[in-house]
Write a protein that binds this ligand. Structure first.
Ligand SMILES: CC(C)(COP(=O)(O)OP(=O)(O)OC[C@H]1O[C@@H](n2cnc3c(N)ncnc32)[C@H](O)[C@@H]1OP(=O)(O)O)[C@@H](O)C(=O)NCCC(=O)NCCS
Length: 372
């Protein structure tokens, strides 16, 4: 017990600060890495599969090319491993030091188990926890927020967060699917989160949202267990299907139910409202203003969306990072790829305020504000 004469209000404050310091560190991004497959597919290359044009794609989305993984030998997980290897090395640690994995993707190697355990195996990591996040385009921001909470509580010291997608395996490359398939690309990005002792440094706050009202606007229905429950119009005849043929059937494949579907204009309209809103939410929470942003890294959904957001927030060109022209929309990988590229190009320096914002299927959206 502390003798009463030593127990004054200063001691209480000191103990409180020490406890807080011990149990509530901020998280910093200690290492970043990204990987894109070598195979570059231009807009003109897509003409061999569907009725589209370079002009249409560039005008509507800003995309000039994307990368596709090798059909065999490269998976969502192996691309994640490539990105993770770089991030871990840059954090000055080894794969053995990682004590938790968070893997965000909508294009996993298997329906289950998730990519987290496949990465744990491939990187010969210890028997640590591996969590898979299924929040599509906001997957990375959600994963970052989860990692941040684990660091703040002191539970983990080195968290690996990966966003990776192998979209090229699961898109409809006929003209029927052209509004979606031209947009997406493959790739992976990763970061290592660690606690920081430096006051004011690291993740200042994260903000997560969802609105399931329009869940079917951007979705892949099958395989699934919905049996038309949420559908205005039935998508397959689940009543008549034989036992064992409800999850995936020839009918579903014939009707292209195994491909993602999207009402592009509806997604666009919602995105241009929610992106600026969630950026402002992060700034307001930290009593900061748009002029304080060193770099905004929006999820690379569509260049037109990013430009709209930039205009709404009155940001200068040098405050917004875009690379969708080279990679297309890589969903959960897009923010960590962009973050890593921006960092490699010297666009993020110590002390800079970096804001990440994402919006996508669900709808889910979110932001993270970081003092680098
Ligand atoms: C997908 C998107 C680029 C389409 O652009 P758009 O201007 O909204 O185009 P629409 O879907 O209204 O289609 C317009 C026309 O182009 C056609 N079209 C669609 N895809 C095409 C393609 N790849 N090539 C040529 N024409 C195409 C359509 O068939 C339609 O033709 P019609 O007018 O004769 O019926 C745009 O809606 C978008 O980016 N939305 C947001 C999507 C998004 O961000 N998704 C990821 C989630 S974060």
């Amino acid at each position: 017990m502390i003798p009463e004469k030593h127990f004054n209000s200063n001691t209480v404050i000191c103990h409180f600060i020490l406890l807080n310091k011990k149990y509530m560190p901020q998280s910093k991004i200690a290492g970043v890495g990204y990987y894109v497959p070598k195979n570059v597919v231009t807009n003109n290359d897509l003409l061999q599969f569907m009725d589209t044009s370079d002009e249409w794609i560039q005008e509507r989305s800003g995309i000039k090319q994307r990368h596709y993984a090798d059909r065999v030998g490269e998976t969502t997980t192996t691309m994640g491993v490539e990105a993770a290897t770089i991030a871990i090395e840059r954090a000055g640690i080894t794969a053995q030091d990682i004590d938790f994995i968070i893997f965000a993707t909508l294009s996993p190697d298997y329906y289950f188990p998730g990519c987290g355990v496949l990465l744990q195996r491939a990187m010969k990591m210890k028997e640590i926890g591996a969590l898979d996040v299924r929040n599509q385009c906001s997957g990375f921001v959600y994963a970052l927020s989860i990692g941040d909470q684990f660091i703040k509580t002191g539970m983990y010291k080195n968290i690996l967060i990966v966003g990776s997608e192998k979209h090229s395996f699961g898109l409809d490359f006929s003209t029927r699917g052209r509004n979606i398939s031209v947009i997406f690309g493959d790739g992976a990005g990763a970061v290592v989160l660690q606690p920081t002792e430096k006051p004011g440094q690291g993740i200042l706050s994260t903000h997560l949202h969802s609105d399931g009202e329009s869940a079917e606007i951007l979705a892949m229905y099958n395989p699934g267990t919905h049996a038309n429950h949420w559908m205005k119009e039935p998508v397959a005849d689940f009543e008549a299907a034989e036992m064992g043929k409800m999850f995936m059937s020839h009918e579903m494949i014939d009707k292209a139910q195994n491909f993602p579907r999207m009402d592009g204009p509806a997604v666009f309209k919602k995105a241009v409202v929610k992106f600026p809103e969630v950026v402002m939410e992060a700034l307001n929470a930290n009593k900061l203003e748009t002029k304080d942003i060193g770099l905004l890294i929006p999820h690379q959904a569509n260049l037109r969306i990013s430009q709209f957001v930039q205009h709404q927030l009155r940001l200068r060109d040098d405050q917004v990072f875009n690379n969708i022209d080279k990679y297309g929309n890589t969903t959960a990988a897009s923010i960590p790829i962009a973050l890593c590229e921006a960092w490699e190009q010297g666009k993020i320096k110590e002390g800079d305020l970096v804001c990440m914002a994402a919006f996508g299927s669900g709808f889910t959206w979110g932001s993270a504000l970081i003092r680098w």
